[in-house]
Write a protein that binds this ligand. Structure first.
Ligand code: CTP
Ligand code: MG
Length: 426
């Protein structure tokens, strides 16, 4: 192993007290679940010793028989989770179905109900205990270090996490990559050669991959129907490959602990056409918040394009507590009052007649009638404000979007701090 990697490992390999804390908290929660009559098991990276030191997330799954109806698993699963975490600030969260999260000291504990399955998966989370079994069997002890290195590398590159915020690589995906390639260094070498459409099938479970449309396809060894990298988007895929190539050229600790680059909001805004939308934050769990914010940003982009505004870039951001923001860069914030509109073919008599009736000033070119029409919107911020008070806004954001602040160009510097947070992706 390269000396750089050894040095990094010294800083991120979990130490004994962390493992002891694991055991203590897991025992306590599993004990409580047993008292409620459920078998339970520690899964996730804590069960495998593949977590980065300082990460404090414990995943405990408890089991229902496959015969239990789905709504019972959800209802009962939540009730039991809340009871078990009652002294620890129980809070409901959502994966494919709801589960309960609490804080035991500084440890974030997730208590997730799932089916004890034999072969076919019933709910999406049923795979996790199988992942655990598979990895515990297949992974060599020393490969834990490689997984930890890869996770830290991903974090620094901004590609760690399959959540709504990152659209990157999940922890389990990192583990599978180490298994496939053998070590951290080999994963990096492999990734430097990836092209969109790269497919990895460790157990050769399939021969046809056409149903998976994604930049990276990694067949889940416990479920041939699932692409473990489904959450990864093209930007995350490219970003990781870029980081891998640069690391190969000149490896350094900075790839794991990046220096904070100073962001100059003033310089960034110069010469650009930008709109900053800020609003207060609804009280809703973060998965929903991020996905609604992304949906709002994307419908704003769609509206803008519909009315001929060119969107160069867009970002959305929230601190998950007080503020939400969307940043849009446009080619232009204003459009001319009217535009040319193409009408029907002249030989299409009835439509031609209707068109010329409607548009007094018209002309024919290339066999078609044309006219100048007034635009409904000439000002991007007017269109944005109207959209923010319309039904296009996802439910939780609606009351907040109605009162949103819409700033353009130099005005955005009134919110310089916020702008720098968004640009820095913090
Ligand atoms: N899981 C999955 N796909 C995801 C998220 C989670 O398959 N997109 C499963 C995996 O079996 C994973 C478990 O759920 O091991 C727990 O999820 P999580 O805590 O998010 O990941 P960890 O593997 O525990 O990684 P980390 O070190 O980040 O906690
Ligand atoms: Mg975990």
């Amino acid at each position: 192993m390269q000396p750089v990697l050894k040095k990094v490992l010294e800083r991120i390999r979990p130490r004994k007290p962390e493992f002891e804390e694991n055991d203590r908290v897991a025992k306590m929660i599993i004990g409580r679940l047993k008292d409620e009559g459920y078998e339970a098991e520690l899964v996730g990276s804590r069960a495998r010793g593949t977590f980065v030191s300082g990460d404090r997330d414990l995943d405990i799954f408890f089991f229902f028989p496959p015969s239990a109806p789905r709504n019972e698993l959800e209802k009962q699963g939540l009730a039991v989770g809340k009871k078990v975490l009652r002294d620890f600030g129980a809070e409901t969260h959502y994966a494919e179905h709801p589960y309960v999260r609490g804080m035991v000291g500084k440890m974030r504990v997730e208590v997730v109900p799932c089916y004890r399955i034999k072969d076919k998966i019933i709910s999406a989370v049923d795979r996790s205990p199988l992942h655990n079994r598979f990895l515990k069997k297949q992974m060599k002890a020393k490969q834990r270090d490689d997984v930890i290195l890869l996770k830290q590398f991903m974090k620094a590159a901004g590609t760690y996490g399959a959540d709504q915020k990152t659209h990157g690589f999940s922890g389990y995906l990192c583990e599978l990559l180490v298994l496939k390639y053998g070590s951290f260094e080999k994963v990096i070498k492999g990734a430097a050669k990836w092209k969109p459409g790269t497919t990895i099938d460790i157990l050769k479970l399939r021969s046809d991959y056409s149903k998976f449309a994604a930049p990276l396809v990694v067949i889940d060894p416990v479920d041939a129907e699932r692409n473990v990298a489904a959450a990864l988007n093209a930007a995350g895929f490219e970003r990781f490959i870029g980081a891998a190539k640069r690391f190969l050229k000149s490896p350094s600790e900075e790839f794991f602990f990046p220096k904070q680059k100073a962001i100059d909001a003033e310089g960034w805004t110069k010469g650009k056409n930008i709109v900053l939308i800020t609003m207060t934050c609804p009280e809703v769990v973060e998965e929903i918040l991020w996905s609604q914010l992304e949906r709002l940003a994307s419908s704003l982009e769609r509206q803008l394009r519909l009315f001929d505004f060119d969107v160069v870039a867009r970002r959305h951001w929230t601190d998950e507590k007080k503020a939400c923001a969307i940043l849009l860069e446009l080619k232009s914030l204003k459009l001319t009052d009217d535009k040319e509109q193409m009408g029907p073919l002249v030989k299409d008599a009835s439509n031609y007649e209707a068109f010329v009736q409607k548009h007094k000033e018209h002309w024919v070119s290339g066999g078609r009638v044309h006219a100048r029409v007034k635009r409904r919107y000439t000002d991007a911020s007017k269109l944005i404000k109207d959209t923010l008070s319309s039904g296009a806004v996802p439910s939780h954001l609606r009351p907040h979007a109605k009162k949103a602040l819409v700033l353009v160009n130099q005005e955005t510097l009134k919110e310089k701090g916020l702008l720098e947070l968004i640009l820095g992706g913090k």
